[in-house]
Design a protein around this ligand. Structure first.
Ligand SMILES: *Cc1c(COP(=O)(O)O)cnc(C)c1O
Length: 254
């Protein structure tokens, strides 16, 4: 993949229309799922997962109502952020930038100055490294979510559910680290029962953290869970952020 090409601001009108139609359909579908789950209107926010997508494609999604975008790779943030900031400044659109992919400590400087929230923190080591680099990144704090591997798949990132409570409490006390919630990915190939079990387990963990009244856990409210194939189950189980790529942009070609 050539990262430079991802900064391309141009987009064919047909492609832009397709993305905008998809965003509107997804927003309707989220609203319906909220209603069916008897949840408050607009209690779920849509994060567009934009790995491999260009600035032009992302901008089309923003114009259709997306307000949060999530990148997986620090290199993609580096490639796109200037062109994204430029087009958004021109059109007076604002967005929140999240990192949703794994973060190695040697890549922290590439992302820390630019993102609002890192959803993929899964160790004390990463949280401590983030805290240490805040000053040189020119900021006082950074929002994080603790990623939990609820489905216990060996290939996945995230801390284990057993260690998650203690880890969350420790991370929440680190200077400059604002623990805003938890993140997980549903079991790959899982059916409704397995998927909902992962999601409800994350919700229970969040509720335990909030009611613990431990220092720093009072802002741990977000549940980032649900992707294109399983977001309706996630919303039924209390998700507050769904991370959608394929249903907005179509299948990934690389
Ligand atoms: C790609 C990705 C998504 C979105 O996946 P889709 O199935 O395309 O909706 C969500 N979360 C993470 C961490 C991802 O890497």
């Amino acid at each position: 993949m050539k990262y430079g090409e991802l900064a391309d601001e141009n987009i064919e009108p047909d492609r832009a229309k397709q993305i905008k139609d998809n965003v509107r359909a997804v927003l309707d579908s989220i609203a319906l799922a909220e209603e069916q789950a008897e949840r408050e209107k607009s209690s779920v926010s849509l994060l567009a997962a934009v790995k491999t997508r260009t600035t032009g494609e992302i901008f089309a999604a923003l114009e259709a109502g997306v307000r949060v975008i999530g990148e997986n790779r620090p290199q993609e943030i580096e490639a796109k952020r200037q062109s994204l900031q430029k087009v958004c400044a021109e059109k007076q659109l604002e967005f929140e930038y999240h990192l949703i992919g794994q973060l190695q400590t040697n890549k922290i400087n590439k992302v820390l100055p630019y993102v609002d929230c890192i959803e993929s923190v899964d160790s004390l080591k990463t949280a401590a490294a983030l805290s240490k680099r805040l000053e040189s990144a020119g900021r006082e704090k950074i929002g994080v979510l603790l990623e939990v591997n609820e489905s216990a798949e060996a290939t996945k990132s995230g801390c284990s559910p057993e260690e998650a409570f203690d880890l969350a409490c420790e991370i929440a006390q680190i200077e400059g680290i604002e623990l805003r919630g938890l993140m997980t990915t549903g079991m790959r190939g899982g059916g409704e029962i397995e998927l909902r079990r992962c999601f409800s387990s994350l919700r229970e963990l969040r509720d335990r953290l909030l009611s613990s009244k431990n220092k720093g856990t009072e802002k741990c409210v977000e549940l980032s869970m649900g992707m294109s194939g399983d977001y309706k189950y996630a919303i039924a189980e209390g998700s507050t952020i769904v991370r959608l790529g394929t249903v907005i942009f179509g299948p990934r070609t690389f």
